[in-house]
Design a protein around this ligand. Structure first.
Ligand code: DI6
Ligand code: FE
Length: 411
């Protein structure tokens, strides 16, 4: 027990997420010092004289790691409700994208928006994520698609992390779609990404990782390889939107570059899964996009299990294919649509999500020495988080112990 305790939580039933079973502890105490978990044990082990600068009686509430949303496109302008209507009238996502709508319509709105507007619109979405328990969020660029607009989006993402009590990790996704000024010249755009956008984002330290959309309506695996080589040359880890709509060999390519994660993976084959297992690449499941596109090709969960590939779960928050900021709802969808277990789904937004962001040493589990990013939930059993459709049982969200203080005390 450390002498100075900034925050002392009593009577919490802890799910550390350090073990695969997601077992619940008997009533426990948790002590925070300097933003880190400094003490953890049963109530019987708590020194009766221990006091914290702040104290919180959890009254038997369930305590988990703060949730980590490891895949979002949170920074964008406008919405795509009209496109939703067109799809309901029969147009496919690919039809709309090929006709210049889809991603490119959001690119136009995002380019036109000034940084202040973009920050305001994105802050609303971030606030909603936080209300559902998110303490760490990955935010991709990818709706700018020019040097200036990509840097603007990354800058807004960084500012969100500075203004809000949440940990923001940024990813450069300049290779998300082909901007209109490069129509028919995808290789030239990749030249631009490789020669200008990646180096500048790296120089300004605006990107923590680099991603690409390797897809029949995105970029080829040869183009993706060039993006990855440039990222590597600038010391940035990679991740990939892989095999969402078709199999392009993206998962194997990501693994070859030691990617932190390969995401979507509806169409990945066993060779891709085996390559991910060897490389330690996390499979990020995005059931919101699967649901919203009414996809029918379930990612091969059994193969991930068999090969020991860790599975994360994320919102993919974006205006075109997953307009949601409700991470607990994604747990429900991961179970109902993909047949993941509730324990797997919870690990997917804690320990495995931390790993998908390269943050496992400091985040993702409730263990001494880790950052005190925590959620208290008004539920009895962790499976309830995945079971309830769209519920919000968050009782308290703690970011960095005293650093962020207690936010969103809903009760
Ligand atoms: N995959 C997706 O699901 C999103 N981007 C991507 O690479 C969709 C982006 C959009 O439609 O705006
Ligand atoms: Fe995405």
């Amino acid at each position: 027990m450390t002498p100075t305790i900034d925050l002392l939580i009593r009577n919490a039933r802890v799910v550390t997420c350090a073990d695969d079973a997601c077992a619940v502890s008997p009533p426990a105490f948790l002590a925070v010092a300097h933003g880190q978990i400094a003490g953890l044990g049963t109530m019987a082990q708590l020194d009766p004289n221990a006091r914290g600068a702040q104290e919180l009686d959890a009254e038997g509430a369930l305590l988990t790691p703060g949730l980590i949303d490891c895949h979002t496109h949170l920074v964008f302008a406008g919405d795509r409700a009209r496109e939703f209507e067109l799809r309901l009238e029969g147009a496919s996502y690919e039809d709309i994208a090929r006709a210049g709508g889809g991603i490119l319509s959001t690119v136009q709105r995002t380019r036109e928006a000034n940084a202040g507007d973009l920050l305001a619109q994105s802050t609303r979405r971030l606030a909603s994520l936080m209300q559902h328990g998110v303490t760490t969020v990955e935010i991709k660029s990818g709706y700018g698609l020019s040097l200036k607009a990509e840097l603007k989006c990354l800058q807004v993402a960084r500012e969100l992390g500075q203004h809000q009590p949440v940990n923001v990790v940024t990813t450069l996704l300049a290779a998300h779609a082909l901007p209109p000024e490069f129509t028919g010249r995808a290789d030239d755009y990749i030249d631009h990404v490789v020669q200008h956008i990646i180096p500048e984002a790296a120089r300004l330290k605006l990107a923590d990782a680099v991603d690409a959309f390797c897809e029949n309506i995105g970029f080829t695996s040869a183009q993706t390889r060039r993006v990855f080589e440039a990222a590597q040359a600038h010391g940035l880890p990679v991740k990939l939107h892989a095999e969402q709509l078709s199999n392009q060999g993206g998962a194997a390519l990501a693994a070859e570059f030691g990617a932190l994660s390969a995401d979507h993976l509806e169409f990945v084959d066993e060779a891709g899964v085996a390559a991910m297992a060897r490389a330690g690449t996390v499979a990020v499941m995005l059931p919101g996009a699967y649901y919203f596109l009414r996809d029918t090709h379930v990612p091969p969960i059994a193969l991930f299990r068999r090969h020991g590939v860790p599975m994360a779960v994320a919102t993919d928050c974006n205006p075109g294919t997953s307009p949601t900021t409700h991470l607990p709802l994604m747990l429900n969808m991961a179970c109902t649509l993909f047949r993941m277990t509730p324990a797997e789904a919870l690990l997917g937004v804690t320990r495995h999500a931390a790993r998908a962001l390269g943050l496992l040493a400091t985040h993702g589990t409730v263990e001494i020495g880790k950052r005190a990013d925590l959620c208290l939930w008004n539920i009895d059993h962790p499976a309830e988080l995945a079971y309830a459709i769209g519920a919000s049982p968050l009782r308290a969200r703690i970011h960095g112990g005293l650093d962020g203080g207690l936010q969103h005390r809903l009760q």
